[in-house]
Design a protein around this ligand. Structure first.
Ligand code: SAM
Ligand code: SF4
Length: 323
């Protein structure tokens, strides 16, 4: 699949649910309302959609959400998708808040998942509770330990928040070094209405310059096919990534599209361009109309986002499109 700007689309992110057991302040409102359950695609329908994408050239699948591991029976989808590894699919992975990992880490490894992203913005228990509103740090630390025991490679995603966790980058880098984890810092993006986003926004170009005074950052050509740009930290030997939608525009190399749990395909995180895949999926057991709809979507992929932290770029929260 090639979009109008010559970009090869080989990466599908699937939000398997918009629901979550946390309420991170930068992601959701505390009284977030979720989609009615009867609008959701079944797990079988999701698998059929993913299969169509794999046939059409997708080689990397990331399950996300909301919290992917709170969707009932999600492991059956993961096991089903694992069957395509080596058979069109090169990588099956997920982004998780880690709350349910202790239960599922072994099953993920058995299904063929090799590496996962775990979101963790702080190592301070009280601060963790404030950021996630509903989460407990111990639960996530246990999940990470279980994933390590299952042999999964882990990258920690840390959203950089001014006045909240900007005193913890060194601690997090040290801890990741000790634990053998990579770390990726993320700038907040203006998706969906939440409070205080603008005040806590931090430019990662400034953070990077500040970190470079204490840590030796070696150039790295490591790339995961995602938006992060990496260096290797000489002192720890681990990678440090930066996702910088503001200070560096990552759109020119975008290879991704995103599917919601209701079957809407969004072509860009920060734009409204979308096609409905649920209707053609349900209209026929033959995938011709579905494939035509996917092609229509790819042909309408916009050049990029135009994020401005002072205004909400799109009304949907990150948990709907899948971060
Ligand atoms: N619940 C899972 C988790 O937290 O990892 C998966 C979904 S979450 C939406 C995916 C990633 O998006 C997380 O790393 C989260 O920190 C990040 N995220 C959520 N809202 C964001 C925002 N407005 N700007 C930047 N990153 C955001
Ligand atoms: Fe849930 Fe992830 Fe959003 Fe936090 S960032 S509220 S864990 S979906």
């Amino acid at each position: 699949m090639i979009d109008p700007f010559g970009r090869h689309i080989s990466y599908l992110r699937v939000s398997v649910t918009d629901r979550c057991d946390f309420r991170c302040v930068y992601c959701m409102a505390e009284d977030m309302s979720f989609l009615p359950k009867d609008e959701l695609l079944s797990l079988e329908e999701m698998e059929r959609l993913c299969k169509a994408f794999i046939r059409m050239g997708v080689t990397k699948l990331r399950l996300t959400g909301g919290e992917p591991l709170v969707r009932r029976n999600v492991m059956s989808l993961i096991e089903g998708l694992g069957q395509y590894l080596g058979n069109g699919l090169e990588e099956l992975t997920l982004t998780t808040n880690g709350s349910q990992l202790a239960k599922h880490a072994q099953g993920l490894a058995q299904a063929g998942v090799r590496r996962i992203n775990v979101s963790l913005d702080t190592l301070d228990e009280a601060k963790f509770a404030r950021i996630t509103r509903w989460g407990r740090l111990g639960q996530v630390r246990d999940g990470i330990a279980a994933a390590q025991a299952a042999g999964l490679a882990i990258k920690i995603n840390m959203v950089a928040l001014k006045g909240v966790n900007d005193d913890e980058f060194d601690t997090m880098l040290e801890w990741c070094g000790q634990e053998g984890l990579d770390l990726c810092l993320i700038e907040t993006m203006p998706m969906g209405e939440v409070t205080h986003r603008e005040e806590t926004h931090l430019r990662l170009s400034d953070v990077r310059a500040e970190l470079a005074a204490r840590w030796t950052m070696l150039a790295s050509d490591y790339a995961t096919g995602g938006p992060a740009r990496y260096v290797t930290v000489a002192q720890t030997g681990q990678r440090l990534g930066f996702i910088t939608p503001f200070s560096h525009n990552f759109c020119e190399s975008c290879n991704r599209v995103r599917l919601t749990c209701t079957g809407t395909l969004y072509m860009c995180l920060g734009q409204e361009d979308a096609v409905d895949l649920r209707k053609p999926l349900r209209a026929s057991t033959d995938d011709a109309a579905l494939e035509a709809a996917i092609n229509r979507g790819i042909a309408a992929k916009p050049k990029g986002h135009d994020f401005d932290i002072r205004r909400v770029a799109v009304p949907r929260h990150m948990s709907v499109t899948g971060g």
